[in-house]
Design a protein around this ligand. Structure first.
Ligand SMILES: C[S@@+](CC[C@H](N)C(=O)[O-])C[C@H]1O[C@@H](n2cnc3c(N)ncnc32)[C@H](O)[C@@H]1O
Length: 831
């Protein structure tokens, strides 16, 4: 990921995120405890009146619905399906913990314990739920072990805490590795992470990419931080108002022929009453006008999403509210406005086991005076015709889905899955705005400013962006109102101010080809583990390889010091220092023609010649950036950090860049040199002690000064161990220093590991690791009283045979074939 930029004064630091991580396993944020609210607060007469009238709850279920809304939400998490140990972890939960929860310890506790259970509808038993109170977690050692395990696995990215219902929309998106996916309202990013996992499923280097967008710049940073654990080079984070999300096109491409997205997730800002179990403060501030105030923004975002979707592509529209004005009304509006170009899909057979209700065809809208079934001239206040159900509409809105809290013991959610059948007629986005629209922005603004301090993080983000939107929309509606003196009747819809999609005559026929054809990937999925085979995404533009891969955005090209549109945004600058690249190619033994040389970027205009960090972008991301010749996209983050600059005081080094830990999986397949396979014991020794001595005859090789920077000395040893073992490999500094204390050593350079050991194997590590002393791995040599010389020495004959081939500077340490099984891991060749 690119660094956050200090310019613009919006830079967020890691510590700022500490208390806002959605997936942080922190008892202080235990969902079971409604924070600052007692149960008496969990009432709202207007809420009950409104939803009883809407009849969204089946007869006889109202009490169960309300009881569930007032009950704490069970904790749910998702196992990273593209992670190496997904199966191990799932099996441990399924077998070991199940047995423990039904064993003598559990019975002896005298507690009624429900074992963690998989969510029935989530494929592959990869999502789980448990429901223990904090008191139980503290009291029962068995639960403490379980809790520690999930905390640890969460910290290293093997699992992600996510509300069960929030996992649903990405599942309906049906993402394939070659897809170009847009997540229009992505922060804080739990669904983006899920979509990225799907993109990487079974493929190390997917040909597609995920563009995660949010209108709120700070929330873009939060998203970047959250999704960083995924270590994906296929992510681009952008900062746009989704209702005006730009399409990219190289010069010479006509409007309507721009590159579009195979999949679009439209998880719009909403009034959020589906999250009442998690955010009980919503009870206090709920009014029907919250939903009314957001409807206009939602329709604009959804319509733009339809425009940027490819013909044949899938769009998922979702909210966490029960409110039909934000749900069915928006879906009906986009079906109406797109004139048959969008089809609402029947997905009732998908996700077996998920209890859901069909969408409704008739609903009521609350204006200032009363609830009304249809728009009339008398409708007072901040309402627009598109909020209402329309007599005579035949849209199959029952294909939408509403998830109620008592049906799956979850939060509430609304999901609609749509497919684009053909290009959207130009007239679709030029429909006149009804006069009533002029009031909508005001409603938004009042809604936005109503109770900012009581909003959850998610709501705040929605509100901030809605506020920005309101300001913009106010202007737009004033303009619209000038030309629309006549009051619009039912069925007239709010115009999307997003740029119109203008199909070019020459391409219309092709674009309107059968859905099946359009859905077929225009680029075959890349075979797993094959970077060279990695093709660009399913782009519709001319061969993007012919276009320029040049600097873009931010402070690049001396643009007002990064001000204006680029304020706070780092540039994306392809790294093309041929001298440095050829010395890296020679050092690590890869061919200069390899794609890695052509997919590196920096994010700093200040230090283009010798950047501190180099980031790798996937072919799909590169293709997107190249196609964006007009630099429409405001890219706040992209790329996976793979190299860090290293140098000695005297400037002599064989290789200017060492490999970062998260870069190992990307770089290693290219390497024919600087890979060391020590014995398992040495591997573990090194990760434990950070620094091993080399035998005297190796030390006395001709000394070449190299990196002394062990920038990762503070990394937690256990994490280092987990991270390294996970990929069976880790990056190391191979110091051959002029200073005696550090000479003849290799140092582990692990940091922020992506994943972890299979859980049950991890517990056995201390037995495998027989060697080494009692040194505290968290202390530096000086602190723990030792020196490199007091560390264990590499002695295995096979290691010693390999060592002379390792140059000072940096190498990748990897397990020997067969050693993985000693750790109980499935063998995997990451090359
Ligand atoms: C419901 S949250 C999205 C949650 C997210 N999809 C996830 O799963 O983590 C809505 C998001 O929309 C953003 N937002 C609000 N207005 C927007 C707009 N006009 N364009 C893009 N994003 C917007 C908010 O900042 C907020 O982060």
């Amino acid at each position: 990921m690119g660094r956050n930029n200090k310019r613009g004064g919006q830079r967020l630091l890691k510590r700022d995120f500490k208390n806002h991580r959605e997936d942080k396993w922190d008892e202080k944020h235990d969902q079971r405890k409604p924070q600052g609210h007692d149960l008496a607060d969990q009432t709202n007469a207007a809420f009950e009146e409104y939803y009883k009238a809407q009849q969204i709850v089946p007869p006889g279920e109202w009490a169960a619905f309300m009881t569930a809304l007032r009950a704490p939400l069970p904790t749910t998490f998702r196992i990273n399906g593209s992670g190496r140990f997904a199966g191990d972890f799932r099996d441990r939960l399924d077998k070991d913990f199940w047995t423990e929860f039904h064993g003598p310890d559990a019975s002896a506790s005298g507690e009624q314990l429900e074992a963690p259970r998989p969510l029935q509808w989530y494929p592959g038993k990869l999502a789980w739920q448990f429901n223990f109170s904090r008191a139980q977690l503290r009291k029962l050692p068995m639960l403490e072990t379980f809790h520690e395990l999930v905390k640890r696995e969460s910290a290293v990215g093997s699992i992600t805490r996510q509300e069960a219902v929030s996992m649903i929309p990405p599942l309906f998106l049906d993402v394939q590795p070659h897809h170009r996916v847009l997540d229009t309202c992505a922060a804080p990013g739990s669904k983006t992470a899920q979509v990225l996992e799907m993109l990487h499923h079974g493929v190390q280097h997917p040909a597609g990419c995920v563009v995660a967008n949010d209108a709120d710049a700070q929330r873009c940073n939060l998203l970047t931080h959250q999704v960083k654990r995924m270590c994906s080079p296929a992510l681009v984070v952008t900062n746009h108002d989704a209702s005006m999300f730009p399409l990219v096109a190289p010069r010479g491409i006509r409007k309507g022929e721009e590159s579009k997205y195979d999949r679009v997730l439209c998880d719009v800002p909403c009034s959020g009453d589906g999250t009442l179990r998690k955010s009980p403060d919503i009870w206090r501030r709920w009014t029907p006008h919250n939903g009314n105030g957001l409807h206009y923004l939602q329709t604009r975002i959804a319509l733009r999403a339809c425009h940027v979707l490819k013909v044949g592509g899938r769009l998922v529209y979702s909210t966490c509210t029960f409110n039909p004005v934000e749900d069915e009304a928006v879906v009906a509006h986009i079906l109406r406005q797109t004139h048959g170009a969008m089809e609402l899909l029947d997905v009732s057979e998908e996700l077996e086991g998920l209890k859901r209700l069909p969408g409704i065809r008739k609903w009521l809208v609350r204006d200032r005076a009363m609830l009304r079934p249809a728009y009339t001239q008398e409708a007072s206040g901040k309402v627009v015709p598109s909020m209402y159900s329309v007599e005579g509409d035949t849209f199959p809105l029952e294909r939408c889905m509403r998830v109620l809290p008592h049906h799956n013991d979850s939060g509430g959610f609304f999901i609609a899955v749509l497919r684009k059948l053909k290009n959207i007629p130009e007239s679709a986005s030029t429909t006149a705005a009804p006069a009533a629209t002029a009031e909508a922005p005001a409603s938004l603004a009042s809604n936005v400013t109503a109770a900012p301090n009581s909003l959850s993080e998610q709501d705040k983000g929605a509100v901030v962006a809605a506020s920005q939107q309101a300001a913009g929309a106010a202007k737009a509606s004033q303009v619209a109102a000038v030309g629309t003196a006549a009051v619009a009747g039912p069925g007239t819809t709010v115009a999307a101010s997003a740029p119109a999609e203008q199909p070019a005559p020459s391409t219309t026929a092709a674009a309107e080809a059968s859905t099946a054809q359009a859905e077929a990937p225009s680029t075959a999925p890349a075979p797993a583990n094959s970077i060279e085979a990695e093709a660009g995404p399913s782009s519709t533009t001319p061969a993007s390889g012919a276009l320029t891969w040049g600097p873009r955005g931010g402070g690049a090209r001396g643009r007002d010091g990064g001000g204006g549109k680029w304020r706070g945004i780092d540039p994306v600058i392809p790294y093309t220092d041929t001298e440095a690249l050829s010395s890296m190619s020679a050092f690590y033994g890869w061919s200069p023609q390899m794609s890695i040389n052509q997919q590196l970027i920096t994010r700093s205009s200040a230090d283009v010649t010798r950047p501190k960090r180099l980031y790798y972008v996937s072919a799909g991301v590169k293709a997107l950036l190249i196609e964006d010749e007009h630099e429409q996209l405001k890219v706040t983050a992209t790329g996976l950090k793979v190299f860090e600059r290293q140098e000695t005081k005297d400037g002599r080094t064989l290789c200017p860049y060492r490999i970062s830990q998260e870069g190992v999986p990307v770089v290693m397949p290219f390497m024919t040199k600087q890979v060391l396979q020590p014995s398992l014991e040495e591997f573990l020794d090194l990760l434990t002690h950070r620094c091993l001595s080399l035998p005297p005859h190796v030390q006395h090789r001709e000394a070449t000064p190299s990196s002394q920077a062990n920038g990762h000395a503070s990394a937690d040893a256990e994490s280092a161990l987990n991270g390294a073992i996970n990929g069976s490999s880790t990056a190391m500094d191979t110091g051959d220093s002029p200073t005696p204390a550090a000479s003849g050593t290799v140092r582990a350079a692990s940091e922020e590991p992506g994943l972890t050991l299979p859980p049950q194997k991890k517990l056995k590590l201390p037995q495998i690791h027989k060697k080494g002393g009692t040194a505290d791995p968290n202390l530096s040599d000086a602190e723990d009283g030792g020196t490199a010389a007091s560390k264990p020495t590499m002695h295995d004959p096979e290691t010693l045979r390999q060592l002379p081939n390792i140059q000072p500077g940096c190498c990748v340490l990897t397990l020997r074939p067969g050693e993985e099984q000693r750790l109980g891991m499935e063998p995997r060749n990451i090359q």
